[in-house]
Design a protein around this ligand. Structure first.
Ligand code: ZN
Length: 118
């Protein structure tokens, strides 16, 4: 899934904005804050590259799936293997409403009209 070229690109993006952990004494004690050097664009690319590297190395990556909604482009990590939509409240509800509409429409087309003209 991950080629050597992909791996090198992810490493290159992270090298452009390396992360350094800064220790600070605060009222509550010692805290560690991780900050990146570089321009905002380099920092964003480095964060995305690091997250991508962690995701690709995680076995859960094999369960990532695309949302079943016909007009949705989102991919998600399902918490339940039967989950079909990125969001049950948004895409799931839209698809259920669309299925209901289609069923009602086909029932109306099959039912002969009781109206008589003439
Ligand atoms: Zn969706």
């Amino acid at each position: 899934m991950c080629s050597e070229l992909t791996s090198l690109a992810l490493e290159h993006a992270q090298h452009a904005a390396p992360a350094i952990t800064h220790l600070r004494w605060e009222d509550t004690g010692l805290t560690a804050v991780r900050r990146r050097t570089g321009t905002p664009g380099q920092r964003l690319a480095a964060e995305l590259a690091e997250s991508t590297a962690h995701l690709l190395a995680d076995l859960a990556v094999t369960t990532i799936r695309q949302c079943d909604a016909y007009d949705c482009v989102i991919w998600f990590l399902p918490t339940n293997p039967r989950r079909r939509w990125c969001s049950a409240a948004l895409c799931g509800n839209r698809m259920r409403v669309a299925r209901h509409y289609q069923r009602r429409r086909s029932e109306k087309l099959r039912t002969p009209s009781t109206h008589c003209r003439g």
